[in-house]
Design a protein around this ligand. Sequence first.
Ligand code: MGD
Ligand code: MGD
Ligand code: SF4
Ligand code: MO
Length: 702
Amino acid sequence: METRTGVCNLCEATCGLLLTIEPTADGERVSGVRGNPDDPLSRGHICPKGVAIGDVHADPDRLRRPVRRVGDTWVELGWDEALDLVADRLAATVNEHGEDALAIYLGNPNVHSLGSMTHGVALAQSFRTRNKFSATSVDQLPHQLVGYLLYGHQLLLPVPDIDRTSYFLVLGANPMASNGSLMTVPDFPGRLRELHARGGRMVVLDPRRTETAKVADEHHFVRPGTDAWVLLALLQVLFAEGLTRPPAYADGLDDVERLVADVTPELAEQASGVPAGEIRRIARELAAADGAAAYGRIGVSTQEFGTVCQWAVQMINLVTGNLDREGGVLLTEPAIDAIGRGLIGRGHLDRYRSRVRQAPEFGGELPVSVLREEIETPGEGQVRALLTVAGNPVLSTPDGAALDRAIQGLDFYVAVDIYVNETTQHADVILPPTTLLERDHYDLVFHLLAVRNTARFTPAVLAKGRDQRHDWEIFRDLYLRVTRRRRRKPPLKRRLVAEARMRMSPTFLIGMLLRTGRSQTTLTELRRHPEGVDLGPLRAGQLPGRLRTRTGRIDALPAIVAEDVARLRERALPRDGELLLIGRRHQRDCNSWMHNTDRLTRGKARHQLLMHPADLASRGLSDSAVVTVRSRVGEVRVEVRATDDVMPGVVSLPHGYGHGRAGARLGVAAGVAGVSINDLTDPERLDVSGNAALSGVPVTVS
Ligand SMILES: Nc1nc2c(c(=O)[nH]1)N[C@H]1C(S)=C(S)[C@@H](COP(=O)(O)OP(=O)(O)OC[C@H]3O[C@@H](n4cnc5c(=O)[nH]c(N)nc54)[C@H](O)[C@@H]3O)O[C@H]1N2
Ligand SMILES: Nc1nc2c(c(=O)[nH]1)N[C@H]1C(S)=C(S)[C@@H](COP(=O)(O)OP(=O)(O)OC[C@H]3O[C@@H](n4cnc5c(=O)[nH]c(N)nc54)[C@H](O)[C@@H]3O)O[C@H]1N2
Ligand code: SF4
Ligand SMILES: [Mo]
């Protein structure tokens, strides 16, 4: 038995771990997992998923060798054979039908893998297809658009200074279950206790009385999709009552004041159900607090007015003087500044549009809501082949059932994934990389979004399995093989530089980045301190210096936002008796995977539709009945659970369920199969950013 330092990458909290390792007949296994108390960011925190991280490594369902689908069965292939086959087919598609004939989808675990960040993104870009998609457009695209418009970079996103704030306003987020997002905040429960001990308050707006709402000082139900009204009304009160103290580097605040002048709390109450008096009081408290942070996440991103919401959240912080202020919201200073060093581009908007629906790109990606029509609509530029990496869009994107059918009509589909899931079951070839515990890790993304400046390099905890490949090696080998086979090759010099870079390991690149930047640490120091190095609390005084806008100032009212507020005003308010569907996350869920580990699935089932008792009664339905839920695009049958934790007029299904499609293959227990919420969500409902409006879908229940 031996203890090794590791890290969890199953959610954005990135907790430090201590793993107990035991020898086995053919290697080693994890026999125990605890939080690492010496980790300066996570301070010993761990959740049930972190404890289950060894289950992924040991999982007999996990793929360890390339497989090829032959009818309904899988046949193992050698790596060279598999990579050659994939490269032949991808290159042939592009050579015959053009670059856009290949679609690429990058799923969530990519941002949690160093190799994906250093090599996967580069591989995807090298294909030069316009049909590039990712989980971004079912998640945080509005944040990125607003970061780009206001601060000049898609990832220049201020983080709530939760360790010092005295007023925390939370909309559409459930960090008690999710452990935070676009706010890397391990041990949220502990940090909240400290906030309360300082005399601070947390106020939550959510259509469901969530785990977070239950530990808040105040919770208000808000009708799904109507937060924009509440946020604009908060701004209206701040302006009308002279409570603003904006920074000198912001322009256009008069325009913002005019924009919201008639959005009174009374109007917002009509739309949202949040009492006008409460909106007024919250605005005054935000302005008076000694450091306040407004924060909005999935519930206010994945809805029809996600961009207006995220813009308004930023505006509230800005006009109350809480942007770039201790206890407000702050920019991080990571040891590898992926923004400052240009590793992640600023973003760009509408350089091209999708072929069928003319949806604008953002940052080189199209909204994944258009993927199905790009596969199924014939003509020049039609998608004929697909590469997915660490994704499950059949369960995670709107109208997944239709996408499921479309994928089966492709000429060729290759997945880089560790499982046969509801999407990859249709792949012609699956290339499975090693898992987290077998690879070195440095977080290029989440240090950037963390509530404290720290740096941590985690060497692989376990040796890589026999005849396995790391993801970066797969990306490298695909890059080299496909480039060789392509008719239109990049110019020789560019190719040689790119090839040389693809041959460098992620760890080598991290060492180089730490050496050459103005980093506060080195790889040598990080290797000596695998628990992580503390670089101190977030610091104020970074603005306007770190703005990446062309003027070096903030233009407070981007035209896109002003126009979308006009669209909001025209939107009819929800009708009485209408039911709106929202999603939810449970602490022991990990998006659509890890439903095959006993540790996370035993106990009470949690896939049910939540519905208010009054809504059940008015339909003559009873608790635990199996009901049919219908939306414009589809229907599902699922058990209903009566609870007054959801607002009347709102029903909730968890996302990432619905394993019936491939359940047997996944080894998922029947009890956790559930149904997919995305068989009900609608790819026609988009925010102005192109993000799917997954929340607030009109449904009927019978
Ligand atoms: N209705 C609704 N839909 C949603 C959401 C919602 O709240 N409501 N949430 C959205 C959000 S925020 C997200 S991020 C998306 C997630 O959606 P996706 O990113 O499409 O899917 P995941 O469920 O994260 O599945 C990831 C897959 O990656 C594989 N995997 C895990 N680790 C690795 C690895 O190290 N390497 C490789 N190559 N593969 C790996 C697993 O097999 C798993 O099947 O779903 C979105 N969809
Ligand atoms: N345990 C666990 N943790 C996770 C994940 C997981 O699957 N399981 N996934 C990870 C990922 S990929 C992400 S992106 C993050 C997401 O992190 P969070 O955003 O904190 O995640 P959710 O729990 O989906 O919280 C969204 C909340 O929005 C509410 N909501 C829905 N519609 C509306 C609305 O119109 N208005 C308002 N105000 N609220 C609304 C929902 O009721 C829900 O409570 O979580 C990450 N962490
Ligand atoms: S909160 Fe849980 S899932 Fe998230 S990083 Fe920590 S241990 Fe892993
Ligand atoms: Mo996400």
